[in-house]
Design a protein around this ligand. Structure first.
Ligand code: UD1
Length: 316
């Protein structure tokens, strides 16, 4: 596919395009714009008359920040989706892939672990999580009203890692909130020690369990989702898929595996629980495996090495 990237660069840098160009051999079109800006979205869709699908990633994603700045999250995350859907309706673009999150499940009850797409959604603990739930509803309501719309909702578990070429990867602003960038920054000496948030959870080693998925595997699922809609391989207007490995790993397992495969030492300290953390969640990924024809199969060792190689490259 030919790709047009739209980004307001609020949490990214235009130099990412150089990395993409080095990997794929061509530079995608790039428009610096905010997806909440209706006039720019209108101009964009009227300029690119042959758009066949939209992959909507644009959103803020820091859980803590969302508690402090709820309106920013409701504006950014909900208005951007609504604005993009309005432009899609006007310009008759029928296919959208939406980045949702496993956060919509909250802490699943024991009988729903691993968690499948039909598990009940729990009231969200943060404005961030709430925007994901609301946006899923926005898509369903628009699909009900607009019979030509097709949507694929992808519920991401915990994406980590960098492209194997180390040409593109994660660039968090300031002190990382997520586990893996904090681990790699500690390993390289930028942070003194990792704080492990809690070892008194009801899990085998007491630390929280998540389903860590390689970001490159995750990216490939989006291509599968677009193809499925374009080839009209489904009668359903809105489909939901969990994107995870199906395997849960604890914080301590991630940490020790990272140290083993990279040969680094990551100083760490066990501290109290982080407010709002879920104890354990991992995906039942059978639907994505069987229906989408997609599997997250990169070994965790390779994933952790990719993150480490990327960290070393950007600190050169
Ligand atoms: C959460 C959301 C996810 C969202 C993401 C965005 C859930 C289940 N997941 O991910 O949907 O996209 O935020 O940021 O709600 N940890 C440490 N020390 C650290 C950092 C993290 O011990 O310095 C631990 C956390 O307690 C957690 C695990 O590492 O158990 C993963 O944390 P993180 O990477 O922040 O992701 P989630 O909170 O799972």
């Amino acid at each position: 596919y030919d790709v047009v990237i739209v980004d307001n660069l609020s949490n990214s840098e235009q130099t990412v395009l150089d990395g993409i160009t080095a990997i794929v051999g061509t530079c995608p079109d790039f428009v610096q714009a905010d997806c909440t800006d209706a006039s720019i979205m209108d101009a964009l869709f009227s300029h690119y008359t042959d758009i066949v699908g939209v992959i909507h990633f644009a959103a803020s994603k820091a859980v803590n920040e969302s508690v402090e700045k709820p309106l920013l999250y409701y504006r950014n995350n909900i208005m951007s989706l609504v604005t993009v859907l309005e432009a899609m309706r006007k310009y008759k673009v029928h296919n959208i892939v939406f980045s949702s999150s496993c956060t919509v499940y909250g802490q699943p009850d024991a009988e729903h672990l691993p968690v499948g797409e039909d598990a009940p959604l729990k009231k969200s603990l943060s404005p961030y999580g709430n925007t994901k739930q609301i946006n899923e509803d926005v898509i369903r309501d628009e699909a009900y009203a607009n019979s030509s719309l097709r949507a694929t909702i992808l519920r991401y578990f915990n994406p980590i890692g960098a492209h194997p070429s180390s040409m593109i990867g994660e660039l968090p602003n300031g002190v990382p909130q997520n586990l893996l960038p904090f681990v790699t920054q500690t390993a390289i000496g930028l942070r003194k020690e990792l704080k492990v948030f809690g070892d008194d959870y009801n899990t085998p080693d007491g630390s929280c369990i998540r389903d860590y998925i390689y970001v490159v595997d995750l990216a490939k699922a989006h291509v599968k989702a677009v193809e499925r809609m374009l080839n009209q391989n489904t009668d359903e207007q809105v489909e939901v898929f969990n994107l995870g490995t199906g395997c849960g790993l604890s914080v301590l397992e991630i940490l020790h595996t990272f140290m083993r495969v990279t040969g680094t030492n990551v100083p760490y300290q066990i501290v109290g629980r982080r407010e709002g953390d879920i104890e354990q969640v991992w995906a039942k990924a059978d639907k994505a495996n069987n229906v989408l024809g997609w599997t997250a199969d990169t070994p965790i060792e390779d994933v952790l090495l990719s993150a480490w190689n990327w960290e070393k490259k950007i600190r050169q």
